[in-house]
Design a protein around this ligand. Structure first.
Ligand code: ADP
Ligand code: ADP
Length: 228
């Protein structure tokens, strides 16, 4: 669960990036976060990852009160999250398999588990045939599938996707959201930041609009299913 209670963030420059924001995202939810450039979306994500702290208010993510979270507990907390970046951030010298297995190796997961879990998440994202390919050999959509598999491999409670379709073709954007929806159906909470209105209208669901640091809209809407 993600909960922001009366959260404000003021940068040292004096900019109020978030202004008294309250928000609750329950386990198993799928929510789109929309808003124009400069609205405060990245600031909210940085708060949820504990890259920055709230100036006031309370931030709780996956049972961790981030205001009180000790520095040495941050890695343990971050392992409850998966993160998908707009620019994929795959390691170019590693194959698809190695990029994903790496996440489990750094936490010393048992080799037997890695050998089972990695092929499983690769098949979940439909990339079995690319298991031994390098990122350079993949399309944008395929790279993002690898990134999603990597976010998923540690079985996180919550996946935060920051403009995951920002660098891929519109037709493939649709598939990426379908994939995230499928993962959500298995119980993983998903928060997807996007400014692609067509995509949001097509799928519908919970839409949270941040404008000038405030939540101006937070409702569930029906998807149109329109062609993109
Ligand atoms: P979005 O992700 O919606 O584009 P941001 O959260 O990046 O919005 O920015 C919200 C506001 O905070 C903007 O006015 C932006 O210029 C400002 N801002 C963002 N990061 C910083 C920073 N590190 N220092 C000062 N101001 C910042
Ligand atoms: P098992 O190892 O018991 O055969 P699986 O290989 O099916 O189980 O799954 C391994 C782990 O992956 C389990 O913890 C399961 O909860 C998790 N899992 C299965 N499907 C998904 C999914 N779509 N998204 C996230 N985690 C999943």
């Amino acid at each position: 669960m993600v909960e922001l209670k009366n959260v404000s963030v003021t940068y040292s420059s004096g900019v109020d990036a978030l202004n008294n924001v309250s928000l609750k995202i329950n386990d198993g939810d799928f929510a789109f976060v929309v808003g124009s450039s400069g609205a405060g979306k990245s600031t909210m994500i940085k708060l949820l990852l504990k890259e920055i702290d709230a100036t006031s208010g309370v931030v709780t993510v996956n049972g961790y009160n981030l205001n009180k979270l000790k520095k040495r507990k941050i890695p343990e907390f971050r392992r409850t999250l998966g993160f998908v970046f707009q620019d994929f951030r795959l390691i170019p010298s590693m194959t698809v398999y190695e990029n994903i297995a790496f996440v489990l190796r750094v936490i010393d997961a048992p080799i037997k588990y890695i050998r089972k879990r990695v092929p499983y998440v690769i098949s979940l994202v439909g990339l079995h045939a690319k298991t031994n390919s390098y990122p350079d050999e993949l399309s944008g959509g395929e790279k993002q599938r690898v990134a999603i598999a990597r976010a998923l491999v540690n079985d996180p409670q919550l996946i935060i996707a920051d403009e995951p379709t920002g660098n891929i073709d519109p037709e493939l954007s649709y598939e990426i959201v379908e994939l995230l929806k499928g993962i959500n159906d298995q119980g993983t909470t998903i928060l997807m930041v996007t400014h692609e209105h067509d995509l949001v209208r097509h799928f519908g669901g919970r839409i949270i609009n941040i404008t000038e640091g405030e939540i101006v809209f937070d409702e569930v809407i029906a998807g149109t299913g329109d062609e993109l």
